[in-house]
Write a protein that binds this ligand. Structure first.
Ligand SMILES: NC(=O)c1ccc[n+]([C@@H]2O[C@H](COP(=O)([O-])OP(=O)(O)OC[C@H]3O[C@@H](n4cnc5c(N)ncnc54)[C@H](O)[C@@H]3O)[C@@H](O)[C@H]2O)c1
Length: 348
């Protein structure tokens, strides 16, 4: 019978033992560390990982101690990903076998603090990749972004390998990060997997400093009966995705057999594309008096440099990616759930 030695425990287990207790297997095989868990993506991805692998299998971490209250279902530790010694310690002490590294400074905030954004986005990733190499971590997930594309990339159905000339520090850091991931895979065999997310839209947390954030904020204004001031112009089309699709894609990519992962930089994935006017129109059936005005700011220039839509045929072919939500079903779901989730008083 085949036995597996596990580095975090001085015991060995047979395949049969492992297969017969799927929920406990993950703890025998190591824990899942989520870095930057308190943000827009992490809040939902951490819960999805806990639902899939068990609450005890997941350790949520963030450098903001204040987000601890989001994680009453799993363990939480404060961690600054720039502190490699602390990262090393958690990985060793907890027997971590998978890392989801989400901490970053996003596009709009990055333009206000370019050097800080570069330091965190690159320094954090390199710490994670080094720890993964040193500790022989099984799998790493690191998100990239459509921000890797730039003004001279194809605008429509942008191919996986389209020319890339990002002109934000965020996009530059994501493009460099993609190549670091590929480098660690080729040189050291670190199984790091990545997705170029479009703008992510969910109702469970507020957006964290990106150029597509208007599409999160607009729902809050609509359900509260307030006028919305949009920082992009009415006809600015951008690739977007409902959070459930993004979570599903992430779990699917991480579950895929290693040999199916043919792109080791980062995969294009596509959900939907719409403009501020179209998302506004999608809200009118629910809120006929909802008003919008347009006051484009510095984020317009960022948006104009990005694709309008994305070709995701590689992800579809390699790991069977398929989105579920379009603008209509996303708006319906958010309008239904957001007021309850945030406890908004709709009769005020
Ligand atoms: N939200 C989107 O639309 C979108 C689109 C494309 C890619 N992404 C990528 O997904 C990832 C998560 O994005 P998000 O929207 O959840 O971002 P966010 O800003 O909402 O969350 C980031 C989290 O990281 C934490 N953090 C910041 N610095 C840290 C540090 N030094 N150590 C540990 N934690 C730290 C923050 O406290 C925050 O909780 C990022 O890598 C981002 O580039 C997001």
């Amino acid at each position: 019978m085949k036995t597996l030695p596990f580095k975090t425990l001085s015991l060995t287990f047979s395949w049969n033992e492992l297969i017969s207790h799927p929920q406990t297997n993950i703890s025998l095989m190591g824990k899942i560390l989520v870095i930057g868990a308190g943000g827009q993506l992490g809040t939902e991805l951490t819960k999805a990982l806990a639902d899939k692998h068990g609450n005890n299998a997941v350790i949520a971490t963030d450098f903001q101690a204040s987000v601890k209250s989001k994680f009453d279902y799993c363990s939480f530790q404060t961690l600054n990903v720039m502190d490699k010694v602390a990262l090393d310690l958690i990985v060793t002490k907890e027997g971590v076998s998978q890392i989801y590294h989400l901490a970053a400074i996003l596009s709009a905030l990055g333009e206000k603090n370019p050097v800080q954004a570069w330091d965190l986005n690159m320094g954090g990733l390199l710490n994670v990749l080094e720890v993964a190499r040193e500790h022989k971590i099984d799998k790493v997930f690191w998100p990239s972004s459509i921000a890797v594309f730039g003004p001279n990339s194809d605008k429509d159905h942008t191919p996986q390998k389209s020319f890339k000339d990002p002109n934000t520090v965020y996009g530059i850091s994501k493009l460099a990060g993609e190549h670091w991931c590929e480098y660690y895979y080729n040189k050291y065999g670190v199984d790091v997997r990545s997705i170029r997310y479009p703008g992510l839209i969910g109702y469970k947390s507020l957006a964290g400093g990106g150029t597509t954030d208007y599409a999160v904020d607009i729902y809050h204004k609509a359900v509260n009966g307030e006028k919305f001031t949009c920082f992009l112009s009415a006809q600015t089309y951008l690739p977007m995705m409902y959070m459930d699709d993004a979570i599903h894609a992430t779990l699917q990519l991480m579950d895929a057999p290693k040999e199916n992962i043919k792109v080791r930089t980062s995969y294009n994935i596509s959900g939907m594309s719409f403009s501020p006017d179209e998302i506004y129109q999608s809200l009118l059936p629910y809120f006929p008096n909802f008003e919008i005005e347009y006051q484009p700011d510095f984020r317009q220039q960022i948006a104009d440099s990005w694709p309008r839509s994305i070709d995701d045929s590689c992800a579809k072919a390699d790991w069977k990616w398929q989105p579920k939500y379009d603008l209509k079903s996303m708006t319906e779901t958010i309008v239904d759930n957001l007021p309850k989730y945030f406890n908004y008083n709709l009769n005020k």
